[in-house]
Design a protein around this ligand. Structure first.
Ligand code: ZN
Length: 184
């Protein structure tokens, strides 16, 4: 049997390699893996590290969407449960961006508890990135739009992890404070 720590470091290495050439959109163009580790850390700290598959899915959540990794590859390397959570967190890239964003809001309430937690952690990390290293070409309206969309997605994920909800709400409030955003 694979020990949890082994499974986690294997997922970290797998994701680091897959995302090697990808950077975050912020002014510091952070390595993409920073985002993945942050998502995994949020999940681990708000669930007392009890669910290794959830934490691995957090590390791997963007591999299908952004690196062309196949579901079957994740299933073979990390098992069906991890692969299923990642798949649930993957947008259908054949659809236009606006439609993909709309579907995230519509579909959020129907996701598994694990996928809801990954989605909340993902949005927390993305809001923190906008606050701490904003994309240089984003004006206030675009930031506000992203914050409000993220809040709509998270509102559909509520009820499975109070700690992640509170963390999201506090991060959203930081945006209201620093940017003078309107509360949705
Ligand atoms: Zn992400």
């Amino acid at each position: 049997m694979t020990e949890p720590a082994q499974k986690l470091t294997k997922a970290m290495l797998f994701a680091a390699k897959k995302h090697t050439d990808q950077r975050r959109k912020g002014e510091r163009a952070e390595p993409y893996v920073n985002h993945l580790v942050e998502v995994a850390d949020l999940l681990a700290s708000h669930t007392d590290g009890k669910n290794i598959n959830l934490i691995c899915a957090g590390i791997l959540h963007d591999t299908i969407e952004d690196t062309g990794t196949k579901y079957e590859e994740l299933k073979k390397e990390f098992g069906e449960n991890v692969a299923d959570i990642v798949k649930e967190c993957t947008d259908d890239k054949s659809l236009p961006k606006a439609e993909r964003k709309r579907l995230q809001i519509v579909n959020a309430p129907h996701k598994s508890d694990e996928a809801k937690m990954v989605k909340m952690a993902d949005k927390i990390s993305n809001l923190r990135s906008i606050l701490d290293s904003p994309p240089p070409d984003w004006d206030l309206a675009r930031k506000q739009q992203y914050f409000d969309w993220a809040k709509n997605v998270v509102d559909g994920c509520r009820g499975v992890n109070a700690g992640l909800e509170t963390e999201f709400d506090n991060t959203y409030k930081r945006g209201v404070k620093s940017f003078g955003m309107k509360v949705a």
